[in-house]
Design a protein around this ligand. Structure first.
Ligand code: GDP
Length: 364
C-alpha cells in the first residue's frame, strides 16, 4: 500500500499529530493490508459520497477506504553524512511515496526549539538540505558510471547524462528535483533514480490553539510563499487540538468544529490532500450487504481495480458494470440508472474513474 511519511524537526508537533492520526482510529479489521508497526497509522478517507450512497442503498455495513501515514523518526541534521539514526531517517524516507513535512508555526516559550528560535523557512531548509545532499550523492555516483557509457555514444547513456547534469546543477543550487523542469522522457529517467527530493511533498503548518480558525499568521504566510515555489500545498492544523478532535465523532465533532470556526478538521484536510498527492482516487461498490469505498491509483484499468478487492476478481475478470456516482444519485436507484441507460458494461481496457460505482462480473 502507498504511504506518506511524516517528517519534521524535533519539537514541531509530529508525535502530537501522529497520535491524532492513530487516535482517529481506523478499524483495522476492515483493512487487511494494515500493519502492526507502531510507526504506521491508518486513516480513513472522509468522503461525503459514501454517506449519500449509504442512504440510497441502505446496506448492512458501510466501509470507508483507508491509507497509511508513517511516522519517520531519526536524526535529521547531518543525516546525509551521518551514520546510524541519520541513515535510518533517509532510508525510511526512501520507502515512502510522499512526504508530509510538519513545520512549527506556534510560539510557546515552554517548548524549546532546536535552533533557539521559531523560523519555519530555516526549519524547512534544514531538512530539505539533508535530502538534497543525499540526492547529490546519488546523482554524482550515477554520473560517474554513465559518463563512460555516454563517451562511447550509447544513446540511452547520453540522454541520462544530460538529465544527471541538470539534476546536479539544480541540486547544487539547493533546488529539489521536484521543482525542476524536465520533458516527459526525462521525467522517466528521473523517476528511475528514486531521488528523495523528487517525492511529492505537502507542508503542514502547526499553529497554536488560539490561532486556529483565525487568518494566517506571519509564519504560515511565509510557509505558503515557500511552498508555492514548489507548487506544494500547505495545510494549517493545531496538532494539539487535532488530538482532541480525533476523540470525537458525529455531532460532537461537528459542534466542536463549529465552535472553532472551521468547516473541516485539519486532520481531515490533511488526509484528503495527501490522498490526492499520492495520486489516489476512489471507486465504490454498493450492494445490500455492504457499501464500500476502494482506493485505486489513477490510470488503473478495470481488472487492476478489481484486483484490489480480490486477486480472483482480476484473474477472472469479465466485465465491470459501471455507473458514475453523479448519474446514480440523479437516478435515485440502480434500477432507475439502468433504465436510463446510465449503467455501462466496461471491458478489460476501461480506465476506472474517481466516483465510479462498480459491480464486477468475474469467473471463478
Ligand atoms: P515532535 O518532537 O515533533 O514529535 O513534537 P511533539 O509532538 O512531541 O511536540 C513537542 C511539544 O510541543 C509537546 O510538548 C507538545 O505538547 C507541543 N505541541 C505540539 N503541538 C502543539 C500545538 O499545536 N500548540 C502548542 N501550544 N503546543 C504544541
Amino acid at each position: 500500500a502507498l504511504t506518506a511519511g511524516i517528517v519534521g524537526l524535533p519539537n514541531v508537533g509530529k508525535s502530537t499529530l501522529f497520535n491524532a492520526i492513530t487516535q482517529a482510529g481506523a478499524l483495522s479489521a476492515n483493512y487487511p493490508f494494515a500493519t502492526i508497526d507502531p510507526n504506521v497509522g491508518i486513516v480513513e478517507v472522509p468522503d461525503p459520497r459514501l454517506e449519500k450512497l449509504t442512504e440510497l442503498v441502505n446496506p448492512k455495513k458501510t466501509v470507508p477506504t483507508a491509507f497509511e501515514f508513517t511516522d519517520i523518526a531519526g536524526i535529521v541534521k547531518g543525516a546525509s553524512k551521518g551514520e546510524g539514526l541519520g541513515n535510518q531517517f533517509l532510508s525510511h524516507i526512501r520507502q515512502v511515496d510522499a512526504i508530509t513535512h510538519v513545520v512549527r508555526a506556534f510560539e510557546d516559550e515552554n517548548i524549546t526549539h532546536v535552533s533557539g528560535e521559531v523560523d519555519p523557512i530555516m526549519d524547512i531548509e534544514t531538512i530539505n538540505l539533508e535530502l538534497i545532499l543525499a540526492d547529490l550523492e546519488t546523482v554524482s555516483k550515477r554520473l560517474e558510471r554513465v559518463a563512460k557509457m555516454a563517451r562511447q555514444k550509447d544513446k540511452d547513456a547520453v540522454a541520462e547524462y544530460a538529465v544527471l547534469e541538470k539534476l546536479k546543477e539544480g541540486l547544487e543550487e539547493e533546488t529539489p528535483a521536484r521543482a525542476m523542469e524536465f520533458s516527459s522522457d526525462q521525467q522517466k529517467i528521473v523517476k528511475g533514480l528514486h531521488l528523495l527530493t523528487a517525492k511529492p511533498i505537502l507542508y503542514v503548518a502547526n499553529v497554536s490553539e488560539d490561532e486556529i480558525g483565525e487568518g494566517d499568521n506571519d509564519k504560515v504566510k511565509s510557509i505558503r510563499e515557500f511552498a508555492a515555489k514548489e507548487n506544494a500545498e500547505v495545510i494549517v492544523v493545531c496538532a494539539k487540538i487535532e488530538a482532541e478532535i480525533a476523540e470525537l465523532e458525529g455531532d460532537e465533532k461537528a459542534e466542536f468544529l463549529e465552535d472553532l470556526g472551521i468547516a473541516e478538521s485539519g486532520l481531515d484536510q490533511l488526509i484528503k490532500a495527501t490522498y490526492n498527492l499520492l495520486g489516489l482516487a476512489t471507486y465504490f461498490t454498493a450492494g445490500e450487504q455492504e457499501v464500500r469505498a476502494w482506493t485505486f491509483k489513477e490510470g488503473m484499468t478495470a481488472p487492476q481495480a478489481a484486483g484490489i478487492i480480490h486477486t480472483d476478481f482480476e484473474r477472472g475478470f469479465i466485465r465491470a458494470e459501471t455507473v458514475s456516482y453523479g448519474d446514480l444519485v440523479d437516478a435515485g436507484t440502480m434500477g432507475a440508472a439502468r433504465d436510463r441507460g446510465r449503467v455501462r458494461l466496461e471491458g478489460k481496457e476501461y480506465l476506472v474513474k474517481d466516483g465510479d460505482v462498480i459491480h464486477f462480473r468475474f469467473n471463478v
